[in-house]
Design a protein around this ligand. Structure first.
Ligand SMILES: O=C(O)C(=O)Cc1ccc(O)cc1
Ligand SMILES: [Fe+2]
Length: 440
């Protein structure tokens, strides 16, 4: 392994309208702006909910903005001077034609040695280790390109920094406790990439080799090379999942379902046999592979979905029969068409009427079924949040289940597919703001 990752530090979005996207995250998704970097050339807003931090960066218009060759050749840290050159600090440099989630930033203990090791393994750096400072201390960071579309990783060491976020950012608002029970989002649960065909195996190897990620299996029937393949009834999807093995989360209080402070990574590929689908749509509209969605972990998905729904967030919903009918065979049969989950929802101790207004899906871990401590997870998916049909968010509550619900993936797939078909019939992009597929 080349780089030891301590934890996920933040995720960067690059958008044409920072205020609009930040406002969406704040007014709808209940994030709070806690730091800002505003200069005549840059606008960066940092928003937080629990330990989930997004930085919303302004997307440069006009000529692509790149670091110059001179800057790339500088290897040893250059104290403090660099920040004058950068329109957007911490990994938001590269030009991209549409709004996008461009960077997953990891905290590491030693940026220099991690970067050197990654470079020796052939990784491409957009920025060598660089120091920036302000009155609250110093931070070292570098930026490495990933092997997935436009996604980059900033590696940052904040151990010598006492400020509210990162050098150059000013605190905004007052620190509050995030203890609001109506929206207990605590952290990023997973990041899902939309990948081009047959690229998942190489991507997995890249993360294993360079960052010590570990593969984990979504299904017992999953093949090591092929991943988890869903290829029937109109669903053509290959999923491969991995997580990073965190190294030093000592002192961090962990939630019972949170294994250390890890965040899972899921690679989704579309399979050609079943026709065009949501992964293809992402690749088209995003103009390449990238981050398709991010799962936000919540301790109470019903309360969170209610709060977000009242604030205007729109969710995908399965057909009403999902909550009113039961399909006993569904759990043991991987090819039959799903009808309903009423009984499964009740058996898990939930009321279908509480889940249906928001389109919340429930999936029991098949192998734990009938055991006294039934393991399941609850998920709900939002409509895309940028102009293009690309990036969306997900809420996830885990009740002992650590993977991804096979049944939920099918239910989500169908509701997204129905929505895409509807949009195609309308031929209007503003349909995504309507209440279609929504029961609330
Ligand atoms: O189930 C999840 O939350 C996943 O992240 C898996 C997944 C990935 C891509 C899709 O288009 C649909 C589902
Ligand atoms: Fe997901």
């Amino acid at each position: 392994m080349a780089a030891y990752l301590n934890r996920l530090h933040h995720i960067s979005l690059r958008v044409s309208n920072v205020d609009k996207v930040a406002h969406e995250l704040v007014s709808r998704f209940q994030f709070r702006v806690f730091a800002a970097r505003l200069t005549d050339r840059a606008k960066q807003l940092a928003v937080r909910r629990g330990s989930a931090v997004f930085v919303v960066n302004e997307r440069a218009r006009g000529a692509p903005q790149r670091l110059t060759g001179h800057e790339s050749r500088v290897w040893s840290p250059v104290a403090g001077k660099h920040h004058q050159h950068f329109r957007n600090l911490y990994g938001a440099h590269a030009h991209y034609p549409v709004d996008t989630v461009s960077n997953v930033c990891f905290e590491v203990s030693d940026v220099e040695s991690s970067s050197r090791a990654l470079r020796d393994r052939g990784c491409e750096f957009l920025l060598p280790p660089t120091e920036v400072y302000d009155d609250s201390g110093t931070v070292t960071y570098s930026i490495v390109r990933s092997v997935v579309g436009n996604v980059c990783h900033t590696l940052v060491d904040t151990s010598r920094y006492r400020g509210v976020f990162l050098p150059g950012f000013c605190p905004v608002g007052t620190e509050d406790s995030d203890s609001d029970r109506s929206c207990p989002i605590t952290h990023f649960d997973h990041i899902t990439y939309a990948c081009t065909r047959r690229s998942s195996a190489d991507i997995t190897r890249w993360y294993e080799k360079n960052f010590g990620f570990q593969r984990f299996f979504i299904s017992r029937n999953e093949d090591v090379e092929d991943g988890y393949v869903l290829n029937h009834n109109g669903i053509g999807l290959r999923l491969t999942a991995m997580q990073y093995w965190k190294c030093s989360a000592s002192g961090v209080k962990l939630h019972r379902d949170q294994k250390e402070t890890d965040c899972k990574f899921v690679m989704a590929e579309s399979l050609p046999e079943q026709g065009s689908n949501q992964v293809d749509t992402f690749l088209d509209e995003h103009r390449g592979a990238g981050i398709q969605h991010i799962g936000l972990y919540t301790e109470d998905i019903v309360a969170t979905a209610r709060t977000l729904s009242r604030a205007g967030v729109r969710f995908f919903s399965p057909p009403p029969t999902y909550y009113t009918e039961s399909n006993e065979n569904e759990r043991s049969c991987c090819v039959c068409v799903q009808v309903g989950k009423q009984q499964e929802i009740r058996e898990a101790g939930h009321d279908p009427h509480m889940l249906s207004p928001y389109g919340i899906l429930l999936d029991t871990d098949v192998h734990a079924h009938n055991s006294p401590s039934q393991r399941y997870l609850l998920q709900v998916f939002t409509k895309p949040i940028f102009e293009e049909d690309t990036f969306f968010l997900e809420l996830i509550e885990r009740r002992g289940a650590t993977g991804f619900g096979e049944g939920n993936i099918r239910a989500l797939w169908r509701s997204v597919q129905a929505y895409m078909n509807e949009e195609q019939e309308c031929g209007q992009s503003d349909c995504k703001n309507t209440q279609s597929g929504q029961h609330s």
